[in-house]
Design a protein around this ligand. Structure first.
Ligand code: SAM
Length: 196
């Protein structure tokens, strides 16, 4: 997928039941991971990297202190900004790239974006370096099956290696959820790790 083609998906993204079910299930699996690790969402400073139209942001906004939503697609961000303005999300900020100031986050979420990055391990390193001590990095991606004619997604080893290589500790990689929506069964990987 080329960088600018995500713009073409922006208008219909929120009407896609698959995208909505995926993000609801991702949020539930995030809460479960936070609970297992004893990390609070309440009051957290969150970076939603590859936020799209904000399907995950909209579930985080009430509990988090702030959500900074980043996406390279201006049209995806325009949909998110429209929801922020109409719903009065005063604690949501958005930008096309990760802010280059000294901001740090308590939680970085990457929902269905890492497998599309040109250099996923490098981006994981960069993002992990922007976590505050004790902060959590968490991602969801389709699981690639080694040997597939057209590999799609990431393998468990890809995720484990990238997160460990980013200096994260307590790295866990598991099936995030199993949800059926229409004809599609969704069983993506979830990878997470903590900045010590
Ligand atoms: C499959 S969509 C997921 C959107 C959203 N996270 C969701 O779950 O609904 C992938 C998103 O990642 C964004 N993306 C891809 N490469 C990116 C990059 N290098 N930096 C920021 N966003 C990126 C795309 O523009 C797109 O909105």
């Amino acid at each position: 997928m080329s960088d600018d083609s995500w713009d073409d998906w922006a208008d219909g993204w929120d009407d896609d039941p698959v995208a909505r079910s995926y993000s609801r299930a991702a949020y539930a699996s995030l809460l479960a991971d936070l609970g297992r690790r004893g990390i609070e969402l309440a009051g957290a400073r969150v970076l939603d990297f590859g936020c799209g139209t904000g399907l995950l942001t909209e579930q985080l906004v009430d509990e988090a202190a702030s959500v900074h939503a980043v996406d390279l697609s201006p049209r995806m961000l325009a949909v998110l900004d429209g929801k922020r303005d109409s719903l009065g999300w005063a604690n949501v900020y958005s930008s096309l790239t990760v802010p280059s100031g000294g901001e740090v986050w308590d939680l970085i979420v990457c929902s269905s974006v890492c497998s599309f990055l040109d250099d996923y391990p490098a981006v994981a390193r960069e993002l992990a370096s922007r976590l505050d001590a004790g902060g959590l990095f968490i991602q969801w991606d389709w699981e690639a099956t080694p040997g597939d004619a057209e590999p799609h997604g990431l393998t468990r080893d890809d995720v484990r290696d990238a997160l460990a290589g980013a200096g994260l500790t307590d790295v866990e990689v598991r099936t995030a959820f199993s949800v059926v929506e229409g004809e599609q069964r969704m069983e993506p990987l979830m990878g997470s790790g903590v900045r010590s």
